[in-house]
Design a protein around this ligand. Structure first.
Ligand code: CU
Length: 189
């Protein structure tokens, strides 16, 4: 009896020790997980443009158990990159504006940026973005980690977004005119 009790006690202690090791390991990996490790960007592309402004789209997936917020985006081909949403303008049309707080990718889910909905807005391009060009982007998350991806430039004529009147800046009023300019001959097949 005495031997058996000692053995049982030893086994219980050993099991407890193993459990606590597993618990610490799980906590450790949670604490160290950077947002960038849980983010996957796919189907990304950017709308080809001669000058002015354009937009980038794609699917951003979050494989972690926590929501992840994108706080900023950057690309060298534009002086400013913003996160935009498209909303009802109250008179039958839509308008786009900066997304308050940036894009949030829900835990174990994804968001899709597409023409007419949310998008990365490239403003004040540093040069033309031509069809087939790869444009590099860096997105930064709330925890400071970053993810970089390349988006392929495509011709796209649909969904010419409008700005919220209150946000229109003098330098951006030419957007509609420049975006509806005839494309150079041969750019469409
Ligand atoms: Cu926009």
């Amino acid at each position: 009896m005495a031997i058996s009790r000692t053995l049982t006690r030893t086994l219980v202690l050993a099991a407890a020790a193993l459990l606590s090791v597993a618990f610490v390991a799980a906590c450790g990996s949670d604490d160290e997980g950077k947002s960038s490790d849980s983010i996957t960007v796919s189907d990304q592309w950017v709308k080809a443009a001669q000058s002015g402004m354009t937009a980038a789209f794609g699917t951003i997936a979050n494989s972690s158990d926590s929501d992840i917020r994108i706080v900023s985006a950057h690309t060298d081909v534009a002086r400013t990159t913003e996160m935009h949403e498209v909303v009802d303008n109250g008179s039958g049309g839509t308008t786009m504006r900066q997304k308050d707080g940036g894009f949030v990718i829900p835990a174990n889910s994804s968001i899709t940026l597409s023409p007419g909905t949310e998008h990365f807005m490239l403003m004040d391009l540093t040069g033309p973005i031509t069809t087939g060009q790869n444009v590099s982007f860096t997105i930064r998350f709330e925890d400071g980690s970053t993810t970089t991806f390349d988006a392929l430039a495509r011709d796209f004529d649909g969904n010419q977004e409008n700005y919220a009147p209150g946000e229109a800046q003098p330098g951006h009023t030419g957007m509609t005119a420049s975006e509806t300019e005839p494309e150079p001959a041969g750019s469409h097949q």
